[in-house]
Design a protein around this ligand. Sequence first.
Ligand SMILES: Nc1ncnc2c1ncn2[C@@H]1O[C@H](COP(=O)(O)OP(=O)(O)OP(=O)(O)O)[C@@H](O)[C@H]1O
Length: 251
Amino acid sequence: MTETNQTIISLKHMQKAYGDHQVLKDINVDINKGEIVTIIGPSGGGKSTTLRCINLLEQPTGGEIDFHGENILAPGYDLNDYRAKVGMVFQQFNLFNNLDVLSNCMVGQELVLKRSKDEAKKIALENLKKVGMEPFIKAKPSQLSGGQQQRVAIARAISMDPEVLLFDEPTSALDPEMVGEVLEVMKKLATTGLTMIIVTHEMAFARDISDQVLFVADGIITEAGEPDQIFNHPQNEKLQKFLRNFRANSL
Ligand SMILES: Nc1ncnc2c1ncn2[C@@H]1O[C@H](COP(=O)(O)OP(=O)(O)OP(=O)(O)O)[C@@H](O)[C@H]1O
């Protein structure tokens, strides 16, 4: 939960177009250090694109992304530094299938952060323990359930010491009985002071974990606020309709 109100990332008039298709029209938000931010909204509204732009997997076509007050899209900005500080957990886990669990959590530390093998191993083991995957260090990803693979992906991501960790629908590829174990790990992580930005369709989780919820629809943040505002007192008509549909479908 929020430690200080120091802004770590500011999106200012961020836009993304694919040809004529303006997917993100005008995204504006400040994210504070230690804050847990969830992004909810209808399919195709631009949630994943927002996250992928923050991570520079997609290049924004307009606006700014400020990191500690500096625009990372400006010429000359050291993107290697930014990339090392902003991690991502993907829907499809993206583990290295030829490497075992321990190596998956070590390789980035050694290659990118230039940590020694011993140090990388120590940190990987600590983090695998945190996500309950220490007993599986010799397993290959294909020998694990989806929930276990995602927990390894989270251990791998936090082993890189990110300042901000992005999650793109981290439970959407999981069988329903495995969703809970991954959400529990994320809830625990949320208490450590890490800044987390999470695209999710899990509304109860978003309500429980968030400091700030962003409702993204038609390429803009249509409403932003604390969970009580978003879920109990939504102002925007599109958000009201989205929540009505969600509640009707969850019965
Ligand atoms: N690489 C791409 N090229 C062209 N259009 C794209 C590309 N990626 C996304 N889009 C379009 O951008 C829009 C927003 O997609 P995005 O994945 O951000 O939505 P979303 O809110 O995350 O939806 P969902 O909940 O279904 O994942 C969609 O219309 C999608 O078709």
